[in-house]
Design a binder for this molecule. Structure first.
Ligand code: FE
Length: 234
């Protein structure tokens, strides 16, 4: 029997990018999920895998309802970072984001969304680190025309990273060797995003050609919101 397990093969599986949101009592939260798929057509049912440590897991377990916002290709990295790398236990993620209220006032994120689903949980499966929630789609609505963001596009074109809590996270086998031409580059220890002085961060006022040392202290990682002090030189 061939026992070889090449984890990188799992990187070839295809996914989309979504915000799953839920509420319990007065607490609202949302998180990035790539592991969502339709499991039956009639009735329309979907499954989603959520890390048990996440606040959203707690809220879905308590309320039995969640929404799924289907993100558009142009979604900024900072938006994904807010929902993908920050915890709802330390940041009110929905406060600065346009959202509606659906069934039982469950929040639905509409910023950067092409469409959304409202889902009622009908079953769940404990799969260890994660729970698979199985739900019936109660409402589905289009918001705008566009191309949905795929997981591959997020990684390959946008340079996005995967949270350690994601169902599809694969730990690096070794630290990547320091390549030539990396001088002056700094890596975010939270999300892995790399600051390249040649490119700067023009979206956030850092002009191309700005050395890392010259970036103002209040600047934060454009992907996950980590502070400048959480960057280390490559
Ligand atoms: Fe970061």
């Amino acid at each position: 029997m061939d026992t070889e397990l090449d984890m990188s093969v799992l990187n070839l599986l295809s996914y989309g990018m979504y915000v799953v949101a839920a509420k319990s009592g007065d607490q609202l939260n949302g998180q990035i999920v790539n592991t969502i798929f339709q499991i039956t057509a009639s009735p329309p049912r979907i499954a989603v895998s959520i890390n048990k440590e996440n606040l959203t897991h707690e809220l879905i377990t308590q309320s039995g309802i969640f929404s799924v916002s289907i993100l558009e290709e142009a979604t900024p990295l900072g938006f994904i970072g807010r929902f993908g790398f920050r915890s709802g236990r330390e940041l009110d993620k929905l406060s600065a984001v346009k959202h509606l209220r659906g069934i039982e006032r469950c929040p639905i994120v509409v910023d950067n969304a092409l469409a959304y689903l409202e889902v009622k949980v009908i079953d769940h499966v404990d799969v260890g680190t994660h729970t698979i929630f199985i739900g019936e789609v109660k409402r589905a609505k289009n918001l705008q025309e566009g191309t949905p963001l795929t997981y591959a596009y997020y990684h390959q074109v946008k340079g996005g990273k995967t949270s350690k809590r994601a169902a599809t996270y694969i730990p690096p086998i070794t630290e990547p060797p320091p390549a030539t031409g990396e001088e002056g580059k700094y890596r975010c220890e939270v999300c892995g995003w790399i600051y390249d002085p040649e490119k700067g961060d023009p979206e956030h006022g850092i002009a191309p050609g700005t050395a890392f040392e010259d970036i103002p202290d209040e600047w934060i990682c454009p992907v996950c919101g980590a502070s400048k002090s959480q960057f280390t030189p490559i």
